[in-house]
Design a protein around this ligand. Sequence first.
Ligand code: MGD
Ligand code: MGD
Ligand code: MO
Length: 754
Amino acid sequence: MREGKVVRVAAARMEERDDANYRRICVKGYAQPQRLYDPDRVKYPMRRVEGTERGAGQWERVSWDEALDEVAAKMRAAVDEYGWPSVALWNSYASCGVLNGSGAGSVAYGRFLSRTGATILGPGADWAQMFFAYALTLFMGNDIADTPNANTILVWGSNPTDAYPADWQFVCRAREKGAKLITIDPQFTSAAMHSDRYFAIRPGTDGALMLAMANYIIDNDLVNEEFMKARTVSPLLVKGDGTYLRASDLGITPQEGPVNPLTGQPTVIDPLQVWDAAAGAFADAATAADPALMGDYDAMGQPVQTVYQLVRGKIGEFTVDKAADICDLLPDDIEWLARTYATEGPVYIHTNQGLGHHANSHHNYKNLMFIAALTGNAGVPGGTPLGHAALGFGSFPTNPLPFVAGTEKSLDICGMYLPDIMETGKWAGKDLPIRVLWVNNGNPLCNESGRLELIEAVKKVDFVVTADITMTDTACYSDLVLPIPHVFESEDFMTMSFTPYPPFQRKIVDPLYECRTDLEILRDLSRRLGMDDLYTKTDEEYLREIMDTPANLAHDAGYDAFKDNRLVRNYTINDDEVFIDKFALTKTQRLEYYLERPFVRNNFGQEVAEYERYPYYTRANESYWENPLREKYPLFGLGQHERYHVHSQLATTPVMREIEPEPLLRMNARDAAERGIAQGDYVRAFNDRGSVVLKAKVTEGIKQGVVSIPHGWNASQYVEGHAQDLTNRYMNDFCSNSCFYDFLCEVEKWEGGE
Ligand SMILES: Nc1nc2c(c(=O)[nH]1)N[C@H]1C(S)=C(S)[C@@H](COP(=O)(O)OP(=O)(O)OC[C@H]3O[C@@H](n4cnc5c(=O)[nH]c(N)nc54)[C@H](O)[C@@H]3O)O[C@H]1N2
Ligand SMILES: Nc1nc2c(c(=O)[nH]1)N[C@H]1C(S)=C(S)[C@@H](COP(=O)(O)OP(=O)(O)OC[C@H]3O[C@@H](n4cnc5c(=O)[nH]c(N)nc54)[C@H](O)[C@@H]3O)O[C@H]1N2
Ligand SMILES: [Mo]
């Protein structure tokens, strides 16, 4: 601080900690003082000038009283006519603070939602990966500090130097210890530059590569049978309906287990069955001496087979040659990859949204689990099929009761369905007239795909409020914008962490201007809505209630420890001595590449296809080689998370824009030459949905036929249009995952002038 202003950010002193991946902080951290004093900050409640169009950009300052009176009136009118579901909270991931964070997991929003039953519109981003890990299997990868235990690191669809710079030091440490580094990416990233081998895969086809690797591993006797039998679902027996064979299927009466503390009911013990080759009989999976990996058996008249046999029967067509064709890789290279993966483990796969942003993405995770199962590259030090900071650490244990203030159940669906809901007034066949949108912790009109359709949908909503720090694209389309504080201006605690050290958000300065936290805003609003008793405690009281659980206090990890600025490690995760069993939470307590009962994220009555159970590959939605649309739009569009942004945060931060003044479309030099495009020309990328004009960066560092168009820039920072005018609102309805990297386009030199 200097003269009451924050002037510099430095990394915390944690020299003695080897696993502290924020010992080195990134440029986005250093830039925070300028985010705090961002010229684009919202200073006061701002109302769209009456009579102007939404998005026209004409605003008038109003008082907090006027602003919240208006919100309360709009909400009350909607609720009187249609009930609370007509009020929707639209959020994304910005903050996971227990006081102000998004969704049901904070005091501010959780209490409001559980009291009212207002609708939750969640993000589409990252749901293929999250749905697999957090909902379908409860499988977490190894944390990032485990990377140096790997013998081989496979950077697969992730860009750690730019998107997880703090992870990169662990990759470097592994390199220093002699680990091999391999990158699979259509773009020649900085990680690729440091790699031993680099594979420029065709976008959206990784699933086929995984299955070809699996077939090669199987055909060349590289399978780790011990691991397959003991640690994976491979020997479990599956009945004709896809579910597992249990003891009760063999006429053995299930036993009563311990009482489930959540339901108060006793659990049922009905063990999963395998074929014990040693005994020549069915046996409980947990105790069988020699579970068979392959085979058909007769279970009292029912035909059953092992999971491994079932899966092998499904994936045989994905030979190395076929995958080479699909992925545009050489057969020799695929064989080398498969052999290396199987024989030079443990392999740490650093993966992220390069495998998650296509319509076929969710299959990738079953496929990754399968190759890991075949080779024992999971649940061991240095070996994980799902590695990076976000997936490794899980959350810090807290008391969630303060997030609840009632028994109303909110409809919780992906906000990407908003255009359908506004068009039909329905969701899943039932009326859902959304009248009020409250946007928080997200900037969907900049960061969600298919922006033009979303804007039209938002225009159909009677009243739109956005609570944000800066004048985002979404704020621009709102009727009212409410100023919230920067993280340096309010206290909060993050349960989700990208390091073993959960971040306590310290208040360093008082909020500037008239900013108020989400919780303060909702406190005030709830009184206007006649809910005086919704938030009765102070922020500190809530924090203490949430953080001071007996277990946390026993580990000296309560509120005071964090507040005193002590370095508190999440005591529930592994350290150098203890390696936590990564399969402990799965339903079968095994590595699951087969899903007994897959379910959808947002149920509107759709069928769950049989193939959702097993490793599978199908083409992407739009980005695929044979698509007839390629005659018109031959280029595969994708993007990357910008090094000098966090999505749209930092879009206008001066020092960042000094380094990187404007968005750049990256295209291969041959593609550029064919189109008469030179380095630094302005170009127009377009498809049937829309177009965007920006500067071209002509490079050899991107696969021919692929262009990268970055997101996270404000509409005003492109010459014309927006990156999301090209992206597609299509989602796979299994996991309702946004498909940012699944679009085709054409690029031409822009003749519009300077
Ligand atoms: N084309 C393309 N689009 C993409 C992607 C891509 O790769 N390509 N990536 C996608 C991915 S992976 C993601 S996760 C999404 C992210 O999409 P968003 O979550 O919309 O991204 P942000 O720009 O970080 O928006 C968060 C907003 O919340 C505000 N905010 C911060 N803290 C608080 C708080 O405490 N309270 C409130 N009320 N607001 C707060 C911030 O100022 C910011 O404006 O973007 C997706 N969009
Ligand atoms: N600086 C910065 N860091 C961030 C963020 C940010 O906005 N800015 N956002 C954060 C968030 S919310 C997320 S989800 C993560 C995302 O983290 P990452 O997933 O690591 O980042 P991305 O930039 O989405 O893409 C990773 C790489 O995937 C490649 N790729 C694209 N399509 C394919 C494909 O089909 N196959 C393969 N193999 N590769 C492909 C891209 O070329 C890119 O190099 O980053 C987080 N960190
Ligand atoms: Mo994300």
